[in-house]
Design a binder for this molecule. Sequence first.
Ligand code: FMN
Ligand code: SF4
Length: 552
Amino acid sequence: MDLTELLALAERERQAQKSIHIRCCTSAGCLSSNSLAVKQRLERAVTEAGLQDSVQVSGVGCMRLCCQGPLVQIDGVGGPVAEGPTPLQCELMTQLYEKVTPNDAPSIVASLKGETATAQQGDLTHPFFTRQLPIVLENCGKIDPERIEAYIAANGYQSLQRVLQEMTPSEVVNSITRSGLRGRGGGGYPTGLKWATVAKSSGATGGRPQKFVICNADEGDPGAFMDRSVLESDPHRVLEGMAIAAYAVGANQGYIYIRAEYPLAISRLETAIRQAKQLGLLGSQIFESPFDFRIDLRMGAGAFVCGEETALMASIEGKRGLPSPRPPYPAESGLWGSPTLINNVETYANVPTILRRGADWFASIGTEKSKGTKVFSLTGKVRNTGLLEVPMGTSLQQIVEEMGGGAPEGGSVKAVQTGGPSGGCIPAHALETPVDYESLIQLGSIMGSGGMIVMDQSNNMVEVARYFMEFCMDESCGKCVPCRAGTVLMYRLLTKIYEGKASPADLEQLESLCPMVKETSLCGLGQSAPNPVLSTLRYFRNEYLALIQDPS
Ligand SMILES: Cc1cc2nc3c(=O)[nH]c(=O)nc-3n(C[C@H](O)[C@H](O)[C@H](O)COP(=O)(O)O)c2cc1C
Ligand code: SF4
């Protein structure tokens, strides 16, 4: 395929669009509440109403307001269409329907001719939608993730084409560096710097080594579903980002390491890889250039520690997924000892848009040190749960209170947990803090990969800390003693405190274990396991003290 063919395919796809588009969410959340049956019933209702020439029904990815699913959105894309006595006013039409059932489908289709739909109407002018700035989620809820043509019609693969035809690998690396993109997998390491290191690395043997590109899709923090949603909704964006990265660093083989608990994301990725190969967008001589790149999937069995990069690579190599000390870093000696670039799903998903719209455009979004946007999955005691993407620097207050609608049933927000088991709990009085890497660290939490769990007054913060410690204890691989034994000891002490059986000496012991486990554990799991304890002790110490028995 060349540029002319790519653009012609995009144009054919746009021309084939009908005047009215009914989109039905077929991401995991809505599918679990029967959205496939809704979609099928909508298709039948369109045929029964004789509207198939002007109305198209598509299954699309996540529409973001997951708590209100199944979601259906109608958009008019053309002018008025004469269909019998009542013309369809396509250009006026944009309507969201929530909690749609198959029985609502005929009335939704009848609403195209002015009748009232039985389904609950949503509000697309709510801050939940209007405050978002979708870059990574640009196509989520809009295109059919199972059709490569839909991605191409949305400017897909144009960045890859331009990169291969017009840019040198070092120009691509420079572009990513100038954009200020930082890794979205948790640590926030500068992506351009990582790419430059892999590009320069000649491997242990010297000469021109085999290099690898890995996409880390092992997302497993409690409450996090950003990466899964991106892969289910727009898999080609991640493939295109990986291909651009591979060209930039000089790799010909990529792996996506994805947990087996994400079957829908896996099947959509398999479909996307097959389609991209068929069109020559993966494989040999991509866009008729000398660049070859293949991507294979590797399934993880659901161990949280396998998201840690050295454990992940061991797992791909067929070994037990245990972390190893760094250095050497994967950029110099990674998979099978070769220089390896490893980035998160969301990091790669930013890349095609950065190349298309320019590094300066991307760098103009966000804060001084945290550029672009961040995708969060908002869950817990909050009215609007779902997926959102906001510019870096947006305050937690805006996310939780304005977009999320605050705590449900007249409650009030007590704390927000960010960063999963490696993160911490931020109290309500600090919610004005802008969300960026540095500010969250100052508060004793981390950005993490983007899980955001809201707690209200009914949550006991000792119990919250105990929950995360239990998670770390279960997920510890056991390779090093401080984490293997330390998480068990801390979990037992937290349980004792929560059950009202602890003494002040137990609290002292808990506090002394935290720095010890942090400083002496081998990998990030153990090093960050005490964080939820430390942050709850910092902001909610009174809740610990209220449960401790006074010996006097
Ligand atoms: C216990 C543990 C689990 C992790 N899980 C993930 C994960 O699921 N996804 C991810 O991208 N990074 C995860 N990371 C971070 C990775 O080791 C690595 O830093 C990241 O994939 C780099 O990509 P980035 O630079 O794009 O953020 C985890 C780290 C630790 C210590
Ligand atoms: S810190 Fe924990 S998870 Fe990491 S290597 Fe040590 S025992 Fe394993």
